[in-house]
Design a protein around this ligand. Structure first.
Ligand code: DGL
Length: 285
């Protein structure tokens, strides 16, 4: 039996999933939430597939041990590599995120859209299948965002280095006629103004956070798992949002405060997994 009083468990490799947390809190203000940032092991996008699956399962398991009644994998990379494995481990609803190719194909008038995502997302079978499904409607220019997640985790949202990376990634898309850009990594929601600085209004940005929150609400409703007494229209809520990090949590706290007005203290955690055994000097290699 899944307890509808339990929290919603949300995780990401770092602070990127706060963009999804914000959408979930807006749609489901009566729900308790536990958010876990695996910042001690970010970025996932530069890791091998087994490492990403290993960390995702360990964190999913930790959230379930906190009593989570649903899991939201607020990370495109972890979704691509591990959402199916998480669904095999648990009977609670599991919601993942994937790059918004469908909305991009519908919005683009030039028929050319850029996709900025991690290298691990772009090489995954899940993404390749998604791409195959929309290629007839739109030409997608896929670009790995090497270095972007690291910069965002450091708190950079408009540094000279970040703008130079964006210039390098976006200029070829613009030159090739792209009028739409899929933000295929939840971290990238935090650099939308830097993207605008580089691309002006030439790119329509596609962010799927609101759609993820709606999908979660649908699943909770279908399974009668909405928090008893909660209502999406209630303006006053005593629901709690707890934040945890496997890193130092400083940046998570800053962004959670700026973005969500959350004063929450970030709990620092060690979550061991097969590839990150405590005391193993190769732990995060
Ligand atoms: N927010 C994660 C995503 O959506 C970032 C992955 C990473 O840590 O590289 O893919």
């Amino acid at each position: 039996m899944i307890d509808p009083h339990g929290p919603i468990g949300i995780f990401d490799s770092g602070l990127g999933g706060l963009s999804v947390l914000r959408a979930v809190r807006m749609l489901l203000p009566g729900e308790d939430i536990v958010y876990l940032a695996d910042s001690g092991h970010a970025p996932y996008g530069e890791r091998d597939d087994d490492f990403i699956a290993d960390r995702s399962i360990a964190i999913g398991d930790w959230l379930l041990r906190q009593g989570a009644k649903a899991l939201v994998v607020a990370c495109n990379t972890a979704t691509a590599q591990a959402v199916h494995l998480l669904r095999e481990c648990t009977s609670v609803p599991v919601v993942g995120v994937e790059p918004g190719l469908k909305p991009a194909a519908m919005r683009s008038t030039s028929g050319v859209a850029g996709v900025l995502a991690t290298a691990a997302t772009l090489r995954s079978d899940k993404f390749r299948r998604l791409l195959a499904g929309y290629q007839a409607q739109c030409r997608f220019i896929c670009q790995p965002g090497h270095g972007l997640v690291e910069a965002i985790e450091r708190g950079e949202t408009d540094s000279v280095e970040l703008l130079a990376l964006l210039e390098r990634y976006l200029a070829p898309m613009l030159a090739d006629g792209a009028d739409t850009l899929v933000l295929g990594c939840t971290h990238y929601s935090f650099i939308d103004s830097a993207i605008r600085q580089v691309a002006g209004d030439r790119l329509t940005l596609i962010d799927t956070s609101a759609a993820i929150a709606q999908q979660l609400a649908r699943l909770l409703t279908e399974r009668s798992l909405l928090a008893p007494g909660s209502s999406s229209t209630s303006s006053h809520s005593s629901a709690r949002t707890s934040l945890g990090s496997t890193g130092d949590g400083k940046q998570l706290q800053v962004v959670a405060h700026r973005l969500l007005g959350l004063e929450a203290v970030v709990g620092q955690l060690t979550i061991s997994s097969r590839r990150t055994l405590p005391g193993d000097s190769m732990a995060s290699a």
